[in-house]
Design a protein around this ligand. Structure first.
Ligand code: NI
Length: 391
């Protein structure tokens, strides 16, 4: 069957390049993807048998109903870019200063459009329905997925799939995790209010820098001494802001950080420990330390067994002659708001190998565009197996 899918996909190779390069040249940040959505909409509306609607201002939902009844399957691509200044030299480099598709979402979007284009033409023999979710703000908490789930985007879909490119895996390989694939991600602030003083007379101060330093150090023991090592989370302080001068001890300091976990119970335990540590260290010195959890973290991402079974079957039946399938040895500590969909219905999130190059989220990230037809082939194979259509 894959012999028939492959030539179909190669028919849209030029479209994939055109779409992806357009998105790459005109990247937009999370919650601002208006032009991106307009472009996708215009392209999709030229296809037969497709319906398109907007559940939020910067996302797009498309659906194709087959001529015959069957299951309903959802596919999702993230469409937002990152606040990075691109440092590549290509004719389709970002023209939006300081914004770049450095996480491959331009390719994810193009691949999903490719699947929609092919399925729309096959819809007269399609059994069931396909939802195409072009999701905004994957990079920016609280993230688009939560909002779309709330808006009813899954509407009786029985299973969902998502793809993400990964430069660290061999080109064209399909990579999956059994169960947990990504961490929860939550952000926090600690505001330290002490007392300013002349740098020559530190005993008149309540020094927020010294207190902040002790908090940063003490937080390291959450991972090393307070949580079961088998469930170890990540606690990172990534901002330490205090503005005095050579001879001025400032009044306040601000710490900002993130914690990550592969366990929802640990995820809820960590902020209590951070808050207690900060408040009590502050109390020793008479400073006020306020912990605050930024609303909108992402939950742990878990691949459902049912959806993974489908992936493995589809791999054997369609893809195994051409591509490799690898089981990841461990989950990542990165996060993905695809996890919100998987809290509702069985779903699998797969990584598509790019075979090297600069890392994601860097100004030099470059996509090997040959990966895109492979992504579309994976979608088509999944849909052919789950729903069925004649080629
Ligand atoms: Ni990404």
């Amino acid at each position: 069957m894959f012999n028939k899918i492959k030539p179909l996909v190669s028919e849209i190779k030029d479209d994939l390049l055109r779409w992806r390069r357009h998105f790459h040249k005109h990247p937009e940040l999370g919650y601002q993807e208006r032009n991106t959505v307009e472009y996708i909409k215009e392209e999709l509306l030229s296809l037969p048998n497709i319906s398109v609607k907007q559940l939020t201002p910067t996302s797009l939902f498309a659906s194709i109903k087959g001529a015959k009844a069957g299951k309903k399957i959802a596919l999702r691509a993230d469409i937002d870019a990152l606040p990075i200044k691109e440092e590549n030299d290509e004719p389709f480099c970002s023209v939006n200063e300081g914004i770049m598709h450095a996480c491959g979402h331009d390719a994810h979007t193009a691949m999903l459009m490719g699947a929609a284009k092919l399925i729309s033409k096959l819809s007269d023999t399609l059994k069931g329905e396909v939802s195409f979710i072009f999701q905004h703000a994957e990079e920016l908490q609280p993230g688009g997925a939560k909002e779309l789930v709330k808006a009813g985007v899954l509407n009786k879909a029985q299973m969902i799939f998502g793809l993400h490119v990964n430069p660290h895996r061999p080109f064209g390989s399909i990579n999956y995790n059994e169960g947990i694939y990504c961490a929860s991600a939550d952000n926090f602030n600690i505001e330290i209010r002490g007392k300013g003083a002349h740098g020559a007379y530190p005993h008149f101060s309540i020094d927020p820098i010294v207190i902040g330093s002790q908090i940063v150090n003490a937080l390291q023991t959450i991972v090393s001494r307070r949580i079961d090592p088998f469930l170890a989370p990540v606690v990172t302080i990534a901002t330490f802001k205090a503005e005095g001068a050579y001879n001025i001890i400032p009044e306040t300091a601000l710490l900002k950080g993130t914690w990550r976990s592969h366990d929802e119970k640990v995820r809820e335990e960590v902020p209590k420990l951070i808050a207690k540590t900060a408040e009590n260290i502050g109390a020793i010195y008479g400073a006020e330390c306020k912990f605050n959890r930024v609303v909108g973290g992402f939950p742990v991402g878990i691949n459902g067994e049912k959806a993974l079974d489908v992936v493995k079957k589809v791999y054997e039946e369609y893809l195994s002659k051409d591509y490799d399938l690898y089981k990841e040895p461990k989950p990542m500590f990165g996060a993905e708001d695809f996890s919100y969909y998987q809290q509702k219905i069985p779903g699998a999130f797969l990584f598509l190998g790019l075979g090297g190059g600069a890392d994601l989220h860097t100004p030099h990230f470059k996509l090997n565009e040959d990966v895109m037809p492979i992504g579309v082939s994976i979608y088509l194979s999944l849909l052919h197996h789950l729903l069925g259509f004649e080629i």
